[in-house]
Design a protein around this ligand. Structure first.
Ligand SMILES: Nc1ncnc2c1ncn2[C@@H]1O[C@H](COP(=O)(O)OP(=O)(O)OP(=O)(O)O)[C@@H](O)[C@H]1O
Ligand SMILES: [Mg+2]
Ligand SMILES: [Zn+2]
Length: 530
């Protein structure tokens, strides 16, 4: 069987790692200077190189003569460590083994000296999956590790780790990789595999990766399997982007305000393996194509099979509606990415568009806030009124009233705010490079859409538990300082997007004694800047 590209092209030296320059420089410097710490935490988005770097680093610190901080691959130790049965670099996947027994065994074994190199390295992947008793056992070792032991903990979800563990590790936050870097890599791999591809097709693949190298390579794999002479059109077809018949039907259903059909089609697309954010993305791209068709008469729809469908749809809708459509989906995008039930977010976004019939949709200039669906509405199908329900035709006006009551609040749409993004940029820069070596991933991961200047309030919208480290007192103090330096009297405000008491109380705890305003998931100010 053919090896997946992402396996075949897993980098074996730091030179092969893309898009993580700061991390690579820091790690290779440590190797050059022989200044190795005893515990590392590699965190950040999926498929950005955490496990790969952990493996490279583990070999590099043991290599007899590292080259530019990477393992030479030739010395006895390097050779010994490539064998999966070696006893010096031990990898454990906490996702499949969260047992405290394993960690206990680990604690018994750490005292044995390494057999070939200088260090015994324990790579614990998906470390957030360890049970709390396993964490406790691990903590004891982290407190007093033997000199020859190095731990590398990897996770996408650092906020799930106990603070006691976090504080003992040197933390590295892996960034999403820029599209251009992904493009260069995928181009190199196509060349290496002797596969031809149009440049536009390669860019398309890189874009679909959305910052994850692994995802990019998986998409590349699918495209390469389809043809060894990949055209853009074929790439679109293989990846289901640029408008498929199903996307066209779904948009059609929204235009016709056919709720039953919307739910059915979302279901159908999702069970065909499309991720919710992909569906949303495809819809947006298709709607944009339709706008072009209406505005300029040019049909940019790439796949021939739906050209006619696009023409037909274009004749039944208008620019106002499409602008609204794109805006609503854009607003739902961040929510889709971070929600635990992304499908409900998408469904309610689409259904909310049915509330106003297409031809009476408000003018384009209307503030987006009135058009964005509330994320908190319970399953969309029960709350959406006045539209055609194939399944339950009786629920109409009455459910309309009910839905308004049920809505806890209209969630502000998450759209980029240029000024706030600029300030956030300052915050990111400063905190990423401050002298204490503080690297705070959540600042990096916090999407631009989640900050907004409202009057003099610098509002950070937090969702789920994912930005909790953002609200650690030290971080907040730093943020406050940066805001103060702007001299514009900005008031820092933290606002929850969803209700739920547990995270809220953690946020409140973290913000004690700080001049930060806090707004809960129902839009209520629960603490003012004192
Ligand atoms: N920064 C990178 N440079 C080059 N290749 C990369 C990079 N990140 C990931 N890859 C590719 O993606 C594959 C998966 O990467 P890796 O396992 O290191 O990601 P990860 O960050 O640990 O992901 P996860 O969070 O899902 O565990 C690798 O085999 C490699 O082919
Ligand atoms: Mg990994
Ligand atoms: Zn070596």
């Amino acid at each position: 069987m053919k090896t997946a590209l992402y396996r075949k092209y897993r980098p074996t030296t730091f030179d092969g790692v893309i898009g993580q320059d700061v991390i690579v420089t820091t790690l290779t410097n440590q190797i050059r200077k022989g200044a190795v710490s005893h515990a590392y935490l590699f965190t950040g988005s999926r498929g950005t190189g955490k496990t790969s770097c952990a493996k490279i680093f583990a070999r590099a610190i043991n290599c007899a003569s590292p080259i530019n901080g990477s393992p030479c691959g030739k010395c006895d130790t390097c050779k010994a460590l490539t064998s999966p049965t070696n006893l010096d670099v031990l990898e454990m996947d906490a996702a499949s083994n969260n047992g405290v027994d394993y960690i206990r065994e680990l604690r018994e074994n750490v005292s044995y000296l390494p057999t070939s190199g200088k260090y015994k390295v324990y790579i614990i992947d998906e470390v957030h999956m360890l049970s709390s008793s396993a964490f406790n056992a691990l903590l004891k070792t982290l407190e007093e590790p033997p000199a020859h032991v190095v731990f590398i903990l990897c996770t996408t979800e650092a906020h799930k780790l106990p603070a006691t563990i976090l504080s003992r590790c040197m933390r590295f936050d892996f960034n999403l990789v820029p599209t251009e870097e992904l493009y260069k890599l995928i181009k190199k791999i196509f060349d290496a595999e002797g596969a031809k591809a149009e440049d536009q097709a390669l860019w398309h693949i890189a874009k679909l990766g959305e910052g994850s190298v692994r995802d990019t390579l998986s998409v590349g794999d699918r495209c390469m399997a389809a043809s060894d002479n990949l055209t853009y059109e074929l790439a679109l077809k293989v990846t289901g982007a640029g408008g498929t018949a199903e996307t066209a039907s779904l948009l059609d259903a929204v235009v016709r305000a056919d709720a039953g059909e919307i739910i059915r089609l979302v279901e159908q697309l999702a069970s065909a393996g499309r991720s919710v954010s992909q569906i949303s993305h495809e819809l947006t791209v298709f709607a944009r194509d339709l706008m072009m068709l209406i505005a300029s008469g040019v049909n940019p729809t790439a796949s021939v099979e739906i050209v006619e469908k696009a023409k037909d749809l274009a004749s039944r809708t208008n620019l106002n509606f499409l602008v609204q459509f794109v805006r609503v989906l854009g607003g739902a995008d961040a929510e889709i990415r971070y929600s635990t039930s992304p499908r409900i977010v998408l469904e309610s976004a689409l259904l909310s568009l049915c509330l106003a019939p297409a031809e009476t949709v408000q003018s384009v200039a209307m503030p987006a806030v009135n058009t964005t669906p509330a994320v908190n509405t319970t399953p969309a199908v029960n709350t959406t009124p006045a539209v055609k329900f194939n399944s339950s035709p009786s629920s109409s006006v009455q459910s309309n009233e009910k839905s308004i009551e049920n809505k806890e609040r209209i969630t502000p749409p998450l759209t980029r705010d240029g000024n706030a993004v600029a300030v956030l940029g300052l915050i990111r820069n400063k905190l990423r490079h401050n002298s204490a070596g503080l690297i705070i991933g959540e600042y990096g991961n916090l999407p631009d859409e989640n900050v907004r200047l409202v009057g003099n309030k610098f509002v950070i919208f937090v969702e789920g538990g994912s930005y909790l480290t953002f609200t650690e007192p030290n971080n907040m103090r730093e943020v406050q300082n940066i805001l103060d330096e702007q001299g514009k009297g900005y008031v820092l405000t933290v606002e929850r997007l969803t209700s739920g008491a547990s995270v809220m109380s953690q946020i409140l705890d973290a913000l004690q004694g700080l001049e930060v305003e806090v707004v809960d998931g129902k839009g209520k100010t629960i603490r003012t800047q004192n």
